[in-house]
Design a protein around this ligand. Structure first.
Ligand SMILES: Nc1ncnc2c1ncn2[C@@H]1O[C@H](COP(=O)(O)OP(=O)(O)OP(=O)(O)O)[C@@H](O)[C@H]1O
Ligand SMILES: [Mg+2]
Length: 324
């Protein structure tokens, strides 16, 4: 059963123009789904429907199998962390109190709150000393981290993030993306992440949902979007232009062969399995080689990367989808 299900959702605001058109979509537990699409296509509206900040005109939304109108609104929102771009920390509360604010509402005791504040600040890669500071004493990136810490404090099953990294500079943004992926792997939450940045959607999403004009145009893995676009809109978004992003953002471990060693490997350079396909291609070109060696973090985890096997691996991972 999906953890979030949109079923035939339609929505228009006062102006009457449909903003969401017959949206049906399942999101499964543990997925990291990115909602991608041009400005005004309805991404924020879709998120707000899930935590009932707005109500659909018709259709149903289920969270954890239960229609959201059957949920107690407060309970529903406790299960769903929400992080937005202008994070809206309470300026008169310390960072620590901001993080544990939700726990305050649920009547948790002081000891529990203190412990949780500490866990959360460490989880988002910040030092304990920040707990005593005020939001105005933080950088933009640090504020976003605290926003995430606050959203995670009540241990929700689902996290909705709306352009959550949009306001920070390019470098901090990349760092925050990496940390978010680490947190996702560690906590195994379901994340729905809205962005209009294709690179970000490709990097973060285990599945990408491309939206246009209030409807899903295509939902799939980054390989499906890039190699099997459903129509010209998807092609324009993901086509060959973004093949470079794909090659830069896909780690070798997803496409290399482990364990098999052809002869002559002594002369071949090795790359770490977390490096990108593009990094391997560069090394291959620089050295005039048809393959490179791959090493993993564990001793003895070794393999090779070469084009033919990478392509068959992609086909294997995306049955029937890749005809490249
Ligand atoms: N409160 C509102 N009243 C009327 N129209 C609204 C309201 N909120 C959003 N809209 C309209 O609904 C459409 C979808 O808005 P939404 O905020 O969901 O888009 P978005 O995909 O999140 O865009 P962006 O990438 O710019 O954040 C837009 O045309 C917008 O103008
Ligand atoms: Mg938006």
């Amino acid at each position: 059963m999906p953890i979030i299900r949109f079923e035939g959702i339609n929505k228009s605001y006062e102006t009457g123009k449909p903003v969401i058109r017959n949206l049906s979509l399942d999101i499964h537990e543990g997925e990291f789904v990115t909602f991608l699409g041009p400005s005004g296509c309805g991404k924020t509206t879709m998120l707000k429907l899930v935590n009932r900040l707005i109500e659909p005109d018709d259709g149903k939304i289920f969270v954890e199998g239960r229609e959201i109108r059957e949920w107690d609104k407060i309970e529903l929102r406790r299960r769903i962390g929400y992080v937005i771009q202008k994070i809206g920390l309470f300026p008169h509360l310390t960072v620590g109190d901001n993080i544990s604010y939700v726990l305050e509402l649920t009547g948790k005791n002081k000891g529990f709150k203190g412990k949780r504040e500490l866990e959360m600040i460490e989880l988002v890669g910040m030092d304990e000393s920040f707990l005593k500071r005020y939001p105005r004493e933080l950088s933009g990136g640090q504020r976003q981290r605290i926003g995430l810490a606050r959203a995670l404090a009540a241990d929700p099953d689902i996290i909705l993030m709306d352009e959550a990294l949009g306001a920070v500079d390019e470098i901090s943004r990349r760092v925050l993306q990496d940390e978010l992926l680490k947190i996702y792997r560690k906590l195994k939450k379901t994340i729905v992440f809205v962005t209009h940045d294709i690179q970000e959607a490709i990097k973060l999403g285990s599945r990408i949902v491309l939206i246009n004009d209030g409807a899903v145009v295509q939902a799939g893995t980054r390989e499906e979007m890039i190699f099997s676009p459903a129509n010209s809109f998807v092609e324009d978004f993901f086509g060959l232009k973004n093949l470079t992003s794909y090659l830069n953002l896909t780690p070798l471990k997803e496409v290399c062969e482990y364990g098999e060693f052809p002869g002559g490997m002594e002369k071949v350079p090795f790359l770490d399995e977390s490096e990108s396909i593009m990094a391997a291609i560069r090394v291959m070109f620089d050295n005039g080689l048809g393959l490179v060696g791959i090493e993993g973090p564990e001793a003895g985890r070794k393999g090779v990367f070469r084009f033919e096997s990478a392509l068959s691996k992609l086909k294997e991972n995306n049955p029937g989808k890749i005809n490249a």
